[in-house]
Design a binder for this molecule. Structure first.
Ligand code: NAG
Ligand code: NAG
Ligand code: NAG
Ligand code: NAG
Length: 433
């Protein structure tokens, strides 16, 4: 699959929140082109390597003497990486989710209804706790009757349970099929049929959509859904789902906790993921990714952004069904960072789904790392420009009124505005005072 456009990763260190930030943006395609351009002019940055397979030019980073394949010795699969990292950082924060305080609907002047969320602080679970949950889920899956030689699919928006199910499957060497939550029915039926998926893991919103296509999903036996905060809506789901066994994620965890099953760990060359992303031309295609592929990607990124650790906080909001976010979260796992979940629609204080006057994900989490794609940066830019316009120019920012915009917006200003240096300068002084 392609990483369309520029993918960037920001990292900043700061003893005082966002202040004193250092940003490193890595433009992957840019980097690749630099390797080729830079070769002629300056020192050699890329070294040609023989990888076999199809003819073509394969290069590796000239900084390392060998191909980087694992983040550390022994972490040759996602399952091993996960277990070892959880054992290294048992007490550190790992996955965090914001508490839902209220869900309202506002009606716009044209009569359309918009959902507005009031979200609270992040609630964290440690590496140790998440490891136990993944093990319980894996046992529950087996106990539920999932045949471990068949595949499980995850069809959901990015959230903590996504990552836990994913790791749980690997504990039993189950290949995970990932499907973009935005894909249509045809694409969904096609992907699940092509990979003969027998267990489908989804969020309750997707579950409602499935009811209409039960008859087309012939290979599915079990459906596991992530229950939302409103249990009332769940009671009738199972009745409308034909021959499927429908369970909530929590039920499967409980089942596994009561009936532990020995792990059945994969090896490096086993397929970890079959990833379906948007098929811009016709049906989506599944890309097979081995355990070795994912850990090598995580290892490679760690050589480019070194010194990440348990003080780092990553804001996760891009689709995990895409390799970019999946790789990024695998890097965070390797480095022992905290991952706080959010969404593109709740990212900043001015995001569409955020109730007016309440905080966006970035303001609450104060991440030190986030991944971004151009479409998201455009949204942030629009938010910034709107505020600058409303306040009559950049002056309020120059006066150090940092509360006027969110972390992400400030970071955006820093990168894109000529005035940003002074804005940061002032904030820095204010912050240190
Ligand atoms: C499912 O896949 C089989 C081949 O594996 C194919 O013959 C069949 O037409 C597919 N069905 C659907 C609904 O795509
Ligand atoms: C559940 O289904 C029953 C019968 O099918 C129906 O009478 C009841 O209203 C449903 N309850 C909810 C909460 O949808
Ligand atoms: C349920 O399974 C039975 C027998 O296996 C089959 O005849 C029936 O069509 C299935 N129902 C649905 C809704 O898939
Ligand atoms: C993992 O599962 C795959 C596919 O089911 C199988 O081919 C492979 O041998 C398994 N690996 C191990 C180590 O059992």
């Amino acid at each position: 699959m392609s990483n369309r456009g520029i993918l960037s990763v920001f990292k900043h260190h700061g003893s005082y929140g966002i202040v004193g930030a250092v940003i490193v943006a890595i433009f992957i395609p840019l980097l690749l082109s630099m390797i080729f351009v830079g070769k002629k002019k300056v020192k050699q940055r890329g070294v040609p390597v023989e990888v076999g397979g199809e003819a073509g030019l394969a290069m590796r980073n000239g900084r390392s003497t060998e191909l980087v394949e694992v983040p550390w010795e022994g972490a040759t699969t996602m399952a091993a990486l996960f277990e070892q990292s959880c054992k290294k950082h048992p007490q550190d924060r790992f996955l965090g989710t914001r508490k839902l305080i209220s869900r309202d609907f506002v009606t716009a002047s044209d009569g359309r209804k918009f959902e507005k969320l009031h979200l609270g602080e992040y609630q964290w679970e440690t590496y140790g706790q998440i490891f136990d949950r993944a093990c319980n889920f894996a046992s529950g899956l087996v106990k539920l009757g999932h045949d471990v030689d068949t595949r499980a699919a995850i069809f959901s928006e990015t959230r903590a349970e996504w990552f836990i199910s994913f790791q749980g499957c690997f504990r039993q060497n189950i290949t995970v099929v990932t499907i973009y939550a935005s894909l249509g029915e045809d694409a969904l039926v096609h992907s699940l049929n092509e990979t003969q998926v027998s267990t489908l893991i989804c969020d309750s919103m997707q579950l409602k959509k499935l009811a209409a296509i039960t008859s087309s999903l012939k290979t599915i036996k079990n459906v596991i859904y992530f229950a939302d905060d409103e249990p009332a809506s769940d009671s009738n789901i199972s009745r409308s789902m034909g021959n499927w066994t429908v369970s909530s994620f929590t039920e499967v965890e409980k089942l596994g906790k009561r009936n532990p099953v020995h792990p059945r760990l994969p090896i490096k060359k086993d397929i970890a993921v079959v990833m379906y992303t948007s098929g811009s031309t016709g049906l989506p295609k599944g890309v097979m990714i081995t355990h070795g592929n994912i850990v090598a990607t995580a290892a490679a990124v760690m050589t480019v952004i070194p010194k990440m650790g348990s003080n780092d906080v990553y804001l996760a909001y891009l689709p995990l069904a895409h390799v970019f976010e999946l790789a990024a979260e695998s890097v965070m796992l390797s480095a022992g960072c905290a991952i706080g979940y959010g969404s593109a629609l709740t990212l900043t204080d001015t995001s569409n789904k955020i109730k007016k006057g309440t905080k966006g994900d970035a303001s609450v989490l104060k991440p030190t790392l986030m991944a971004a794609v151009p479409a998201i940066l455009d949204r942030v830019r629009d938010g910034v420009l709107k505020k600058v316009e409303e306040k009559g120019g950049y002056a309020p920012y120059l006066e150090g009124k940092s509360d006027l915009c969110s972390v992400v917006e400030l970071r955006y200003l820093e990168i894109h505005s000529d005035l940003s240096i002074s804005v940061w300068g002032l904030l820095l002084v204010k912050g240190m005072a």
